[in-house]
Ligand binder design. Sequence first.
Ligand code: GLC
Length: 423
Amino acid sequence: MTPERAAELTRQAQATLRANDRGGYTVPTAGLYPFQWDWDAAVTALGWIAFDELRAWEEFRWLLKGQWNGGAQDGFIPHIVFHQRADSYFPGPGEWGLEHLSPPTSSISQPPLHATMLRWMWQRASDKAAATGRLRELLPAIARHNAWWYRTRDPQNTGLVMSVHPWETGRDNAPAWDAPLARVPRATRPYRRRDTDHVDGRQRPTQDFYDRVVYLMDFMREANFDPVVIAHDGPFRVVDAAIVFILHRATRDLLALADELSITIDRPPLVAALARAEAAVPRLWSESLGLFANLDLVNGQLIEQPVHGGFLSWYAGVASAAQAATLSAWLAQAPFGVPSTRIGAASFERHRYWRGPVWQHMNLLIEAGLREAGEAALADSIQASSIALFERSGFHEYYDPIDGSGLGGTQFSWTAASWLFRQ
Ligand code: GLC
C-alpha cells in the first residue's frame, strides 16, 4: 500500500469514529446499531487511543455506566447499554425488561476483552499520568466483571465459563450454535425485527434464529435475571472457547496491569480461576477438527463445527502445534485473513454474518496471539491479508472471505479502530 493510501485510510478511520461518537460513547454504526455495545466499545477504544487519548478512556467510563452493582449479578457488564432511545433497533430495553435501569441495559454480556484492551491502551498511551488516573478508576470495576463471569457463569468451578445466549458469544449465528439453539423453543409472541430494514436479509441471521433468541431473552426476563436459574435451567448453555480464551487472557492482563500500577483489586478469586481454566481447557480440544472447539453443556457433547473462535488459543497463551497446521490450511484458502467458518465446510456461507465472513477485529486478536507465541509466519500472513482487505474495501462490518467485498453495515467503528491500532 502506498503511504498516501494509508494516510487516506487513517483519515477515513478517524472520521468514522468521530461520526459515530455520541458524546462519550461510540455507536458501532449509525442506524443498525444505535447504542453502545460491550466488546465493540473495548475494541473501539483501541482506535481512539491512536489519536485522541482522553476520548479513548471515556469510552470505558461510558460503558461502565451500564455495569450492575450489588446483588447476585454484581460486576455484570451488559452487552448493550441503551444511553438514549432509538426506534431503529430490536430488541430495545422494554423487551429485555430492564427499561427501569438508568441507563437501561440488556441482560446478557459479551466477550470480556476489557482488561486486555486497557493494557494495550496503556502501552500505547503517551500521557501516562492521565492513563494511570483512568486505570485506577476502571480496573477495579473490570476486576468485578471478570469475577462475575467466574462466579455466575461457572458456579460449579469447572474451569470453563458458559455462555447462555448466542448474542452473549458476540458471534451470534456461528454454526457452532445451530444444534444447541435447535433445542430452544421458538417465541410465539409477535415482534418486529429491525435489522433487515438496514441490511440485506441474506447477510443477516434467519427468522428461525430470531424466534429462538427472542425466546431466550424472554426466558431470562421471566426468570427475573436470577443467575442461578439461568446457569442451571437455561435452555441454551454452551462453553464458547473464544470466551474462555478471551476471559483467561483478560484476567492475566488485569493482574499484570494492577500489579504494575499498584492498583488494589481482589486477586485471590481471579488467580484461582486462572488455574482452574488452565486445567480444563484441554477438554475443548477436538482431534477431528485439529482445533479448540465449543462444548454443549446441555448434552455434554463437543460441538464439531469448524469455527474461528478456537484460534484465540494463542492469544490466551495456550500453545498448540497441531492447531498451527489447521490454521495454515484454513489460510491457504482464504486471502483476507481468518474466515469465521472454514471455507468449504458444510455450514460455510460466504455472505451470512458469522457463518463465513471475515471480521477485522478477530483477525487482529488472533494475529496478536500468534505473534506473542512466536508463530511469526502465521501472524505475518494475517497481517498482510488484513491490510490488503482494508485497502480493497475500507471499513465495513464484515467481508466476503473469498473476494474481500464489504458486507453488513458500513463506516463501522471497530473495523476503523482495528486499522488505527495497526498504525
Ligand atoms: C452484532 C454482532 C456483535 C456486535 C454487534 C454490534 O450483534 O454479532 O458481535 O457486538 O453486532 O456491532
